[in-house]
Design a protein. Structure first.
Length: 484
C-alpha cells in the first residue's frame, strides 16, 4: 500500500463535478466539506498505481431535488488530509460558479462576476430604475433574504399555486442550492433576471426588509408578512437606537402596502415598532402555521430519517445581537443521550452563513431545512429561548421548555422584552442543560404550566386554525392585485 497522492484537480463542466486524479493506492474517502454541506466522491482504481475520483458539485438534501452546493468555502480532503496546493480558475457553470485558491474551493452563485463589481451593480440598478415595471401577472417572493422558500411567503405561494395557476411565481434566492416550490422560478439575487422580475411583478411578498435599491413601480404592491410575533423589542423599540437607524426603519416601512400579523397583540406591537400608522394590517393568523394543523408529521420524519417511535426534541434558539453564530448552551449529543431522543438543531436564519452544522448519531442539524413549521410539526417538544417559534409551536399544544441562561443579560441589556416571559411562559424556564434534562423527564414540570399554556393560546393562536393562507389569498385576489 502506498500513500495516495493527488496529481490534478479540474472542473468537468458537463458533469458539474470536480475530477481528481492521483497516484499510489486509491483513497478510501475524498470529500468536499463546507460549513453546511459535505459532498463525497466516487473513487475508482484506474490502474495498479493510479486512481481517480469524481466529486459532484450538486447534492440532494431531505429527499428533495438534486441542487448545486450552497455558496461558501469548502475544504477538499483525501482520507481526511486537506489538500492545499491546487488552483482552479473561476468557472461559471449552469447552477454555480467554482474556483480554488491555495486549496480552498469557493462555490459562488451563478452570476457573472462583472455584475458583482461596483460598476456592474450600478448598471443593473440603473436599468431596474428605468423599467416601467408591474406589467406581469406575477409575484416576487423572498423569505429570510433569499435563504429559504418557507415561512409565510412559502405558505402563501402554495395557496396561490392552487387557486391562481395563471400567476407566475418568482423566488428570490441567494443561490440555486435553495429549493423553490414546484412550478416556481428561482432568480438569484443580484442577477439581471432578479432585477427584472422584481420590477415586473405586480406583487412582492416578503418576510423581512427589502434589500438593495427599491423603486416602487406604478401599480406594484408589497405585502410584508413579517416572520414572528415579537417577544423581544424590535425596530423603533430597540434600546440605544441610532438616529440613522430610526430613519432607516421609517423609510423601510413606507415601502409596504400591507403588514401581516399573527394576532391582535402582534398588530399593536408591529404598528408602533414600524410606525406603520396609516396603512392596513391584516390580522389573519400566520399562513406558515397552517401546516401545524393540516400537515403530515410522518412525511417530515421520513424525510429526516427519523423512526416512527422516536422521541424528537427540536432545539431552536434565536440569534444574539452580540455574536454571529448560534449560542452553545446545549451539547446536542449529550442531550440526545440523556433524553433518549433525536435532537433537531435549528439555528436562526441569521446564523446560517457563519455557523457550522452539528453532527452526531442522534443529532440532525436542520438549520438548512426549507421550512421551520414542518420541523415544529415533526417535533414532540420544543426547546427554545426568546425565539418567536414559541408563538407558533403553541398552536400544537405540545410541551415547550425555555433554556435561558442569559435571561438577565438579554432582557436587561441586549434587547429587552415586551412582556415578562418568566411570569407568562407556557413552560418551565431553565438555566442549565442539567435542569433541562430533569424537566424533560418530569411531567409535572409541564402540567403545572397548563393554565398559562391555555391563556397563551387564547391570546396568540386564536386565528391559527389551518386556514390563514386562504384568508390572505382571498384578500389578494379580492383586491385585484393578481389575476387568478
Amino acid at each position: 500500500m502506498t500513500t495516495p497522492r493527488v496529481t490534478s484537480v479540474r472542473v468537468d463542466e458537463e458533469q458539474q463535478a470536480l475530477l481528481i486524479a492521483g497516484e499510489g493506492s486509491a483513497p478510501a474517502e475524498v470529500e468536499l466539506a463546507g460549513r453546511r454541506a459535505v459532498a463525497a466522491a466516487l473513487v475508482a482504481e484506474d490502474g495498479p498505481d493510479t486512481w481517480s475520483a469524481e466529486l459532484p458539485l450538486r447534492a440532494s438534501r431531505w429527499g428533495g431535488a438534486e441542487l448545486p452546493l450552497p455558496s461558501g468555502d469548502y475544504e477538499l480532503t483525501v482520507d481526511g488530509v486537506p489538500l492545499d496546493d491546487f488552483e482552479i480558475r473561476s468557472v461559471l457553470l449552469a447552477g454555480l460558479r467554482v474556483s480554488a485558491t491555495s486549496g480552498t474551493v469557493r462555490i459562488a452563485p451563478p452570476v457573472d462576476p462583472a455584475y458583482e463589481t461596483a460598476e456592474g451593480r450600478l448598471a443593473l440598478e440603473g436599468r431596474y430604475a428605468a423599467l416601467p415595471g408591474a406589467g406581469e401577472n406575477a409575484v416576487f417572493f423572498e423569505s429570510f433574504y433569499g435563504q429559504s422558500s418557507g415561512c409565510n411567503p412559502g405558505a402563501i405561494d402554495r395557496e396561490l399555486a392552487r387557486r391562481a395557476p395563471r400567476v407566475t411565481r418568482y423566488w428570490s434566492v441567494v443561490d440555486l442550492s435553495v429549493p423553490v416550490p414546484e412550478g416556481a422560478i428561482a432568480v438569484v439575487e443580484g442577477s439581471p433576471e432578479w432585477w427584472r422580475a422584481r420590477a415586473d411583478a405586480r406583487l412582492l411578498v416578503v418576510n423581512d426588509w427589502l434589500r438593495r435599491r427599491f423603486d416602487r413601480k406604478p401599480g406594484q404592491r408589497v405585502l410584508q408578512t413579517w416572520h414572528g410575533t415579537p417577544l423581544k423589542r424590535l425596530a423603533l423599540h430597540r434600546p440605544g437606537l441610532h438616529p440613522r437607524r430610526w430613519l432607516a426603519v421609517i423609510r423601510e416601512s413606507r415601502r409596504w402596502d400591507v403588514l401581516l400579523a399573527q394576532n391582535p397583540y402582534a398588530e399593536r406591537v408591529l404598528r408602533k415598532a414600524y410606525a406603520f400608522l396609516r396603512k392596513p394590517i391584516w390580522v389573519d393568523g400566520y399562513p406558515r402555521n397552517d401546516v401545524l394543523l393540516t400537515g403530515d408529521a410522518a412525511r417530515v420524519r421520513t424525510a429526516l430519517g427519523i423512526g416512527e417511535s422516536e422521541r424528537v426534541l427540536l432545539y431552536a434558539p434565536t440569534w444574539r445581537d452580540d455574536r454571529s453564530e448560534m449560542v452553545d448552551f446545549v451539547d446536542p449529543n449529550a442531550l440526545a443521550a440523556a433524553a433518549d431522543a433525536v435532537v433537531l438543531v435549528r439555528g436562526h436564519s441569521r446564523t446560517i452563513r457563519p455557523g457550522r452544522d452539528h453532527a452526531g448519531s442522534r443529532v440532525i442539524d436542520v438549520t438548512g431545512y426549507p421550512d421551520t413549521a414542518e420541523l415544529l410539526l415533526a417535533a414532540d417538544a420544543l426547546v427554545t429561548d426568546y425565539s418567536s417559534v414559541m408563538f407558533d409551536f403553541s398552536a400544537t399544544g405540545k410541551p415547550m421548555y425555555f433554556l435561558v441562561p442569559d435571561l438577565e443579560h438579554y432582557r436587561g441589556k441586549l434587547r429587552g422584552f415586551y412582556f415578562d416571559l418568566a411570569a407568562r411562559a407556557p413552560g418551565p424556564l431553565l438555566h442549565t442543560q442539567e435542569e433541562l434534562v430533569a424537566a424533560l423527564s418530569d411531567m409535572s414540570a409541564v402540567a403545572q404550566h397548563a393554565p398559562k399554556y391555555v391563556a397563551w393560546q387564547a391570546q396568540f393562536n386564536g386565528r391559527d386554525d389551518g386556514s390563514a393562507s386562504g384568508r390572505v389569498v382571498d384578500r389578494i385576489l379580492d383586491l385585484g392585485w393578481l389575476e387568478a
